[in-house]
Design a protein around this ligand. Structure first.
Ligand code: PMP
Length: 449
């Protein structure tokens, strides 16, 4: 097997996500033979440092021995069982643990099998809760500008990144979109808390105006990841929690990308000391091994569905692979690593290295901003540093950085012209310095004309 032979077979039968397939006439697809720790290896023996955790899922490396061992054990006993009318030990134990480690008050766990599905579940549950409470006029959702919540139709509707949404707009439910707290737009000299708090007045207005018809506000706490890794201050979440209580609207925290230590705390909501009414989890939940998601909610929500069958108030949403035993077991092994190895503390050290490694980018003539929240560091490449005029998107400068980095053995898939580091938590100091060096050279090359 070689890169060439497997890519030929791939390109004759496969259709890849988030890809203009014609691009592969020019850029080769990379067939991966194996993964080990932060490294991926192709069939020609080239190695790639997975600096974006394989789309933000991998926390403790590829082929992690502890997760592998747990999965082998689980395989010997149970791989999957129908989750209606039946249960199993890994699903129960995982729910017990999630209830314990998530923000206070989230005492019920509903499983689904990917991030978008979790968002659909949270939206439907919130709407259905109000309906069960007799508030049938509540049918709308409030979302933030530049937000992303997945790509099934409901999740896409509550997102706002036009690249993914615009084409499908005629298919999507109407939502109320509020300008966001993204601190890239703060005034010169204005602090993150000041700007985020100032922007909250727009959310407050929307809630004041629409709360009668609104089920929930859905938000990505602290970092809008797919929206170019834009960041904001925890004060916004604090204000939002208070306002959601005041106006009787649910708060849905989509921690699919930011959960499990990415922002410096186990969950991003902790930094604002708030508990949402729903938290959506996926990606890092299984350490990047298997598709699984969970929506945790409150006793109050759960109780509104708990009644005699004849009332027809049950939540009948289902997916075939709900609570998959292998996925739950991988998640348990992942949580065990967090517990045993004091990961959040260790990540503080790694985040510090990332900060230092990215220092020199601040003065780069084509970098408008270097921003960081915990284990996410983003570098915004622009045409004009002073006016922040972006490069014309058609020039695909970020793609040039991506290709340069691949040629140097680093996987740094950008979001447009934003280059970001979001490595597995087992990355070493030397590897972080390599990522930063390669990113620097890549940005130099991509911005030279
Ligand atoms: N919400 C957020 C915040 C995400 O970043 C993503 C995935 N990038 C999703 C939802 C959707 O998850 P999935 O790709 O598993 O459907």
């Amino acid at each position: 097997m070689s890169n060439q032979s497997l890519s030929n077979r791939d390109l004759s039968v496969l259709w890849h996500p988030c890809t203009q397939m014609k691009d592969h006439e020019t850029f080769p697809i990379i067939p991966i033979k194996k993964g080990q720790g932060v490294w991926l290896e192709d069939f020609d023996g080239n190695r790639y440092l997975d600096a974006i955790s394989s789309w933000w899922v991998n926390l403790f490396g590829h082929a992690n021995p502890a997760i592998n061992a747990a999965l082998k054990d689980q395989l010997e006993t149970l791989e999957q069982v129908i989750f209606a009318g039946f249960t199993h030990e890994s699903a129960v134990e995982l729910a017990e643990k999630l209830v314990t480690i998530t923000p206070q008050g989230l005492n019920r766990c509903f499983y689904a099998d990917n991030g978008s599905a979790a968002v659909e579940v949270a939206l439907k549950m919130s709407f259905h809760y109000w309906r069960n409470c007799g508030q049938t006029q509540k049918t709308k959702f409030i979302t933030l500008e530049n937000s992303y919540h997945g790509e099934t139709l409901g999740a896409l509707a509550v997102g706002n990144v036009s690249l993914y949404k615009e084409t499908y707009a005629p298919l999507l439910m109407d939502v109320i979109t509020v300008p966001g707290p993204d601190c890239y737009h703060r005034a010169p000299g204005e602090s993150w808390p000041d700007y985020s708090a100032r922007r909250f007045t727009l959310m407050e207005q929307a809630l004041q105006q629409h709360s009668d018809t609104v089920c929930a506000v859905i938000i990505e706490p602290l970092v809008q990841c797919a929206g170019h890794m834009r960041m904001y201050d925890p004060i916004y979440l604090k204000l939002l929690r208070t306002a959601c209580d005041k106006y009787q609207v649910h708060l849905i925290a989509d921690e699919i990308a930011v959960g499990f230590g990415r922002t410096g705390t186990l969950f991003a909501c902790e930094q604002a000391a708030v508990s949402p009414d729903f938290i959506c989890l996926s990606k890092g939940l299984t350490g990047g091994y298997l598709a699984l998601s969970a929506v945790l909610t409150t006793d109050q929500v759960y109780q509104a569905f708990y009644a005699d069958y004849q009332t027809m108030s049950a939540f009948l949403h289902s997916h075939s692979y709900t609570g998959n035993a292998l996925a739950c077991r991988a998640a348990l092994a992942t949580l065990e690593i967090f517990r045993q190895q004091n990961i959040i503390e260790k990540n503080r050290f790694l985040a510090g290295i990332m900060t230092k490694a990215a220092m020199r980018f601040h003065d780069h003539p084509h970098v408008a901003e270097v921003r960081q929240t915990g284990m996410i560091l983003a570098i915004e490449m622009v045409k004009n540093k002073h006016t922040r005029e972006p490069y014309p998107w058609q020039q695909r400068r970020g793609l040039r950085v991506y290709q340069y980095a691949l040629s140097k053995g680093v996987l740094l898939r950008p979001l447009g012209d934003v280059i970001y580091f979001m490595p597995p938590y087992i990355v070493t100091e030397q590897e972080l310095l390599l990522i930063a060096d390669v990113a620097w050279q890549g940005i130099q090359q991509a911005t030279q004309d």
